[in-house]
Design a protein around this ligand. Structure first.
Ligand SMILES: [Zn+2]
Length: 381
């Protein structure tokens, strides 16, 4: 018998619904549905929105998930910096800050800085730690779906299998989840900008290259958390050394780090994807040309992804997301794919930019903490 949590899940997933909608969709009795809805209203998990539709002569009010029910803390760890944000349950950012720690500082220093930042931001926003539903952390490497720990990340020394969840839970006393950054950003983009997309690929091109895949509204992580890790696909005819130690990886040829290296050879000071992003934003023609060339190489690999998944959306994000990157990807992707695979394909730049992963992390925290089972157990208590 579906409980209140199942009704909440329906309202969360389908958006605003009337009592009549819930009756119709669930096929449960009127008494059961009204009882479930009353208990969700009493718990503050849903709210009634304005009377905007008339059913059988009576105005029927919409029921919506109460995105102010609790708060989420989201932290995105990157190769050059970390961002910590406090959001509502819809991923709307209340307050955020940059923290000057990054992957290379190792997990201990990075996670301790995240804890301190979370306490600082909550204090500034006047939010108590008790009203935090959970903390989501994204990292630029694969995450083992079973353990929630980093799984042999190629460019994160000291992070392999590190107990991120335990470290942060001890520091904050809230539940913690860990996600790959491209996965989190893919989910954020799908929810915020492409809600009807049944298959979306988010391509993060920063210092490294990674892909997040959202199928049927859920992140597809793969058997070992390695789905979408296309940065280390070996390209024929290339011998450039990659950060991972191998040669000829896509990331060695077409990542932000690779473009930065090419810019350095032209006498420009650049070492990371962020540096390349700054040149692109300033309209530097060399950065634009090299980024477009990188896009062409990326498009060759993404053509295989598109043929495999037939997505409706490929979203380009990360520091190199720009018109030249988009143009480069289009140049090679279309000629290398069958028309059927690209007929309904939209290739676009990220709508949310750096906030995409934060929105995705908030979504993941809500899905975990407000799952049907969690809510049924909490209300039965
Ligand atoms: Zn590599």
């Amino acid at each position: 018998m579906p409980g209140p949590g199942d009704v909440l899940e329906l309202i969360r997933e389908r958006g605003a619904l009337t009592r009549g909608d819930v009756l119709e969709i669930t096929g449960l009795s009127r008494m059961t549905v009204y009882g479930r809805i009353d208990s969700l209203l009493d718990a503050g998990l849903i709210v009634e929105a304005g009377a905007d539709r008339v059913t059988r002569g009576r105005p029927s009010r919409h029921l919506e998930f109460n995105s102010a029910h609790a708060t989420v803390v989201a932290a995105t760890v990157d190769t050059t910096q970390t961002t910590v944000a406090v959001t509502d349950l819809a991923g709307r950012i209340a307050i955020q800050e940059r923290v000057e720690v990054a992957v290379a500082d190792g997990p201990g220093a990075t996670l301790t800085a995240i804890s301190a930042s979370a306490h600082r931001l909550l204090g500034r926003a006047g939010i108590s730690i008790e009203s935090v539903a959970g903390l989501g952390v994204s990292i630029p490497g694969p995450v083992d779906p079973a353990s929630g720990r980093p799984s042999q990340p190629p460019l994160m020394p000291g992070w392999d299998a590190y107990p991120i969840t335990e470290h942060l839970r001890d520091g904050l006393g809230v539940s913690v989840l860990v996600a790959n950054d491209a996965d989190a950003a893919a989910l954020g983009e799908q929810r915020a900008a492409h809600p009807d997309s049944r298959a979306l690929c988010f391509l993060k091109v920063s210092s490294g290259i990674g892909t997040g895949i959202v199928l049927g509204g859920q992140v597809y992580r793969g058997t070992d958390g390695g789905a979408g890790d296309i940065g280390h696909v070996k390209l024929a005819g290339h011998d450039e050394r990659c950060q991972c130690g191998a040669r000829g990886c896509l990331a060695a040829v077409a990542s932000g780090r690779a473009v930065a290296r090419a810019l350095t050879k032209l006498g420009k000071d650049a070492s990371s994807g962020s540096d390349v992003g700054a040149y692109l934003a300033a309209g530097d023609p060399d950065a634009a040309r090299l980024t477009q060339a990188a896009g062409r190489v990326i498009g060759e690999v993404v053509a295989t992804v598109v043929s495999l998944l037939n997505p409706s959306d490929v979203v380009l994000g990360g520091r190199l997301a720009s018109a030249p990157l988009l143009a480069g990807v289009r140049e090679t992707l279309y000629p290398r794919s069958l028309p059927r695979a690209t007929r309904h394909l939209t290739i676009s730049l990220s709508t949310l930019g750096e906030s995409a992963a934060i929105v995705g992390l908030a979504t993941l925290v809500v899905e975990q903490e407000y799952s049907a089972a969690a809510v049924n157990a909490a209300i039965a208590r």
